[in-house]
Design a protein around this ligand. Structure first.
Ligand code: FNR
Length: 252
């Protein structure tokens, strides 16, 4: 059952708590709760996307592409960008004894996110080693793969004519092995990127705008589907009613 499908059959319907409703244009928990009290409605919790760029370069186009994405978010959606430059080279010897603090933070960020948006460059027809290194760390220790079940979208940008398509294909193969839930369409492959995004992060290409907006929408929809219903922002008076409902119809 998704959060949108909280049951409201005649038998168990509670007049003050109709179906879950998205309240648009509200991104603060306090405001959301106030609105819930005022209207007597329950509300969806905000969706948190973690953005990861596969380039450490200061002026990276892929970092810029993530910043462009952050301007295209639907209401009640947040995007935080994680910088992987502090992640050390993977060494299995370190797993048991000196698991790096930066990797612990990275794993926690992935686990706390409802969805991932990964922007990758293409290096020699694949994705960069720094990104693979970060992914390998976050997949460990064995049995504690932080990517498990995570809704994930991949985008790429390159000054070249093919926009990083080979890098995307290879990255997606790895992400599938890690049991992410990949958003397959639309493909956002930004070729000749220097002509499409200016250094201030303004998108100059209508097709990229359209595809990127659609991909983010698809990612958010998938994340809402799999995100467990957490009544974080429910007015306190409604919490026992929700808890009772969930007891009768537990969320998967
Ligand atoms: C590249 N570049 C590149 N581009 C591409 O489209 N296909 C490729 O196979 C490669 N190969 C490649 C190898 C190496 C080692 C480097 C450093 C670069 C060019 C690359 O797309 C370009 O430098 C981008 O600007 C890198 O992405 P960021 O850093 O701008 O996000």
């Amino acid at each position: 059952m998704t959060e949108e499908e909280l049951p409201t059959t005649e038998a168990n319907s509670v007049p003050t708590v109709p179906r879950m409703e998205k309240i648009v244009g509200v991104d603060s928990g306090v405001e959301t709760q106030a609105l819930a009290i005022e209207t007597g409605r329950t509300v969806s919790k905000p969706i948190k996307i973690l953005g990861i760029a596969g380039s450490l370069r200061k002026d990276s186009y892929n970092k810029l592409l993530l910043r462009v994405a952050s301007k295209l978010l639907p209401p009640m959606v947040q995007l935080e960008i994680f910088d992987i430059s502090g992640i050390p080279l993977y060494n299995q010897d370190m797993e048991a004894t000196t698991f790096p603090g930066e990797v612990k933070i990275f794993k926690r960020k992935i686990e706390a996110a409802d969805a991932l948006l990964i922007a990758t460059p293409e290096y020699n027809h694949s994705y960069p080693g720094v990104l693979k290194n970060a992914i390998d760390w976050a997949s460990r220790p064995y049995g504690q793969n932080s990517f498990d079940g995570k809704p994930t979208a991949v985008i790429s940008a390159s000054p070249g004519l093919f926009g990083g398509i080979a890098a995307q294909d290879q990255l997606k193969q790895v992400l599938l092995a890690l049991n992410t839930r990949l958003v397959p369409q639309p493909a956002v492959i930004v070729s000749s990127v220097q002509q499409k995004i200016n250094p201030d992060g303004n998108l100059l290409d209508p097709n990229t705008l359209q595809f990127l907006t659609q991909l983010i929408t698809n990612l958010v929809n998938l994340a809402r589907h799999f995100s467990p219903y957490e009544p974080t922002f429910i007015a306190p008076a409604l919490k026992p009613i929700i808890a009772d409902r969930l007891k009768r119809e537990p969320h998967p």
